[in-house]
Design a protein around this ligand. Sequence first.
Ligand SMILES: NC(=O)c1ccc[n+]([C@@H]2O[C@H](COP(=O)([O-])OP(=O)(O)OC[C@H]3O[C@@H](n4cnc5c(N)ncnc54)[C@H](OP(=O)(O)O)[C@@H]3O)[C@@H](O)[C@H]2O)c1
Length: 261
Amino acid sequence: MTVYGVIGVGAISAAIVRGLCRAGQPGLPSTVLLSPRNAQLAAELARQFSTVHVAESNQQVVNGASVLLLCLRPQDAQAALGTLTFRPGLKVVSVMAGLTVHTLAGLVTPVTDLARSIPLPAVEFGEGVTPLFPPSPAASALFGQLGTVIEVQDERTFEALSASTATVAALLKYLATVAAWLSGTGVPPSLASRYVAAVFSGVLTPLQTAVEVDFEKLTREHQTLGGLNEQFLSVLEQAGIFSAVESGLHQVLKRLDSHQG
Ligand SMILES: NC(=O)c1ccc[n+]([C@@H]2O[C@H](COP(=O)([O-])OP(=O)(O)OC[C@H]3O[C@@H](n4cnc5c(N)ncnc54)[C@H](OP(=O)(O)O)[C@@H]3O)[C@@H](O)[C@H]2O)c1
């Protein structure tokens, strides 16, 4: 049976653990061993799921795991992993942004079965779309239970996909701004946010199963010549919003590249 060890109990690992425990078939639940730091969240997960346990130390997590998930903030990785001892047959899956396979291999020597992944919070609900590099049966088995996986063939592509996920909080802030504006006009706040959520879900949900997605075409289709969408879009274009999006993405990718070594 697979025992998933988790070092770094935080936002994304909690989503993975909840997703795994919910996905587990009756009689075959995934066993999870959590690192002790962030004791409150670890205890909450252990209370919620009988197959989740909190270890006494990070080394105990490594020793007890057959698949080890590294869910630390990248800046904590060296300090946390540098003091641990790893065995050759261990499988390691990292979610840490910007730490290349080469860097990770140096941190978990002598492990060779090593993969990077980009899970997003939707894994909690089995709706993740998780890029992996390099392809790894252990990582595919894990994230396959939590949605779909995309096996990426080179690390440069993986890094660019990772950079693109940095835009999610900005999109949510955009939606929050629309909802706040709407409630500022007198629409009750709960109606405003539910309405905005419904409008955008209506646009985005059908794309999940679309064979091809052409965002430029969709942009054209969602604006009538001389209409309100066209007016609003041109205000943002004139303000340079979309150039700022491109520039922000270049900056994020540059930061990810700077971690490589
Ligand atoms: N959040 C996401 O949606 C998302 C998506 C994809 C990838 N990621 C990646 O996932 C990683 C974690 O992100 P996150 O948002 O989950 O961060 P987070 O919520 O801050 O979780 C990180 C956890 O690691 C703990 N930690 C720090 N040093 C430790 C140590 N020596 N031993 C054990 N635990 C230690 C932290 O504890 P303290 O708070 O006490 O320091 C914190 O609880 C990052 O590398 C990020 O790039 C995140």
